[in-house]
Design a protein around this ligand. Structure first.
Ligand code: 0O2
Ligand code: 0O2
Length: 233
């Protein structure tokens, strides 16, 4: 049995923080090169002990010692990368394949093969080396890559799951399935007009004054003020 959860989870907290910095760094590189970033935003979390134990028991781990838990539960450390377009997901997967700071252990493509629930995302489990004062440890971290629409659906379904534990009334189940398909169709529609969208986003990133370069969205009120002060007296 794990007695000191704080120490057990310490390398996972460190890995999640390091990986968030690294993936946000990729986004910054794209932005500074004025190229559409396949990464919209990055979040991370370390699974809570109660959630780890529930999952381990569900998986019928016989002896809940640290070694068994960290071998069976692959998502104690979790990173989530959100993208605008489905194509961005595959670009990120390629980028992850080229990296030399971790090894890819398992890939699960729940986009081409959605889960029965309707869930879609691309999961990559990595072995990530973590430098500790005691030496180098290798721990598993799960990276979930999904579009904003997939994230919207998954976040809402996940909160409903707390109430129903996956055992939804038929009508709710059917609505969730329809909502998952609607989210996927939205992604398909956005993919169709992605070049237009990317062009428009690049325009706002690269044109205008320095203050406009910093913000990514047009602000009509600020624009009016800028125009007023630019006008000759
Ligand atoms: P930046 O430079 O905008 O990325 P944290 O420790 O705060 O970095 P955490 O706790 O894992 O990360 O997750 P959190 O706080 O939920 O969100 C992480 C980052 O994602 C934050 O930005 C949020 O602003 C951003 N974020 C969360 N939800 C959304 C969303 O729906 N849309 C967009 N565009 N961004 C979102 P940072 O890290 O503070 O700064
Ligand atoms: P959390 O921290 O609450 O998100 P399993 O959990 O047994 O289905 P497995 O093999 O451990 O699956 O790994 P998998 O399927 O690659 O990833 C599990 C994680 O993916 C889940 O973590 C969720 O974050 C997400 N996920 C998988 N299926 C669904 C789904 O149907 N709906 C939603 N909303 N998310 C899903 P946890 O364990 O739920 O933990």
């Amino acid at each position: 049995m794990v007695e000191d959860w704080h120490s057990f989870l310490a390398p996972y907290r460190q890995a999640v923080e390091e990986l968030k910095v690294k993936f946000k760094g990729i986004r910054t590189e794209f932005e500074e090169a004025n190229i559409h970033s396949p990464i919209e935003f990055v979040t991370g979390r370390v699974k809570r002990p109660d959630s780890i134990l529930r999952k381990a028991e569900f998986r019928e781990v016989s002896d809940l010692n640290a070694h068994n838990i960290e071998t069976v539960i692959e998502d104690i450390g979790g990173i989530r990368i959100m993208c605008q377009f489905v194509e961005d997901i595959y670009q990120i997967v390629e980028i992850l394949h080229q990296r030399e700071d971790f090894d890819i252990i398992v890939e699960r493509d729940y986009i081409s093969h959605k889960k029965a629930s309707g869930y879609r995302s691309y999961h990559i489990v990595i072995a990530y080396p973590i430098e500790r004062i005691t030496g180098t440890d290798s721990i598993l971290v799960e990276i979930q890559v999904r579009t904003l629409a997939m994230n919207f659906w998954a976040t809402i379904e996940h909160s409903l799951n707390y109430k129903y534990a996956g055992d939804y009334p038929l009508e709710l189940h059917q609505r969730l399935e329809r909502a998952a398909e609607a989210a996927f169709r939205l992604d398909e529609e956005m993919s169709e007009i992605r070049e237009e969208i990317k062009e428009a986003q690049n325009y706002f990133q690269t044109t205008g004054s320095n203050s406009r370069q910093k913000r990514q969205f047009p602000n009509p009120v600020e624009d009016q003020i800028e125009d007023k002060y630019k006008r000759p007296l």
